[in-house]
Design a protein around this ligand. Sequence first.
Ligand code: ADP
Ligand code: MG
Length: 323
Amino acid sequence: MTLSEFNLIERFFVRDNPQRKDVVLGIGDDCALLNVPEGQSLAVSMDTLVEGVHFLHETAAADVAAKAMAVNLSDLAAVGAEPAWITLSLSIPKIDLGWLQAFSDSLHELLTHYGLQVVGGDTTKGPLSITIQVHGFVPENVALRRSGAQAGDIVCVTGPLGDASLGLLVAEHQLAAQGEHRDRLLEKFYRPKAKVAAGIALRSRATAAIDISDGLVADLGHICKASSVGAIIDAEKLPISDAARKVANEQRVLDCALTGGEDYELCFTVDEDNFNKVKSALETVGVACYEIGRITGKSDVRVIKNGETLQLDKGGFDHFAAA
Ligand code: ADP
Ligand code: MG
């Protein structure tokens, strides 16, 4: 590592970093040394955002940082883990102090909010790409998993679907939107909020859970596959925001709600007898609970609208799908 690289890390990623008691050694040595509290499992997840693939070229540095954090935190939320540490790998084409300042300010705002500490990382020169690995704690044996859904369980989501993918269409000038509706959809696309408190509230209560990154049908499909069950979704029950209804026709909104990704809401299943308990547990953390369907004994995800099964063209986003 060169001196300027070290200065860069000091200047942007060491300062203002929350200091956690479970960090024996943070940034600056060959490894971080970390203590996992007794009785807790360490939940680990990693996501990479590549410019031009995961975010648009013109995206503000603050939004890039917020999204990189949200996609990672959302994975912790999906297992019900409490955020603790991150490592950060940055590939940057050049040292742009303005970009680094805005990126690290936005990153630190979220670190402070969640009490997370950056404990290490890597910095290289290359095409703009951000990888964050997030670490969290969850008491042993209460983590949420994709497996565990049972026929008869209620399928729920924590918030409106489709806003982020409509926001992307707005950002790409493929869809016209004005005023508060435009602001809301762009906010949902650029600044998704991981449902961390909701995930914690669902511990030991939900039978299965996943975060919606690739679209409801695809992600609920993962729950079904892992649980060896199927699901039936009632299109009329899907939570849709006023902004979504306002900017696009019914078909497009439904399409985005079912197969558009990046909403980062949680989709979970719950035994009928536990539904009210789950609903009030979510209410106490200010999160809504929408019942959208049921788990079945079949093996596919079906969507019903006005008594008819919908034909879905694409199940969700897949980077390697044939063109
Ligand atoms: P090494 O060469 O031993 O892998 P580096 O020179 O890559 O170490 O990094 C030196 C220290 O700075 C390490 O503690 C590493 O974790 C930390 N670090 C490097 N890049 C970043 C970054 N982008 N964010 C946070 N910490 C970083
Ligand atoms: Mg290194």
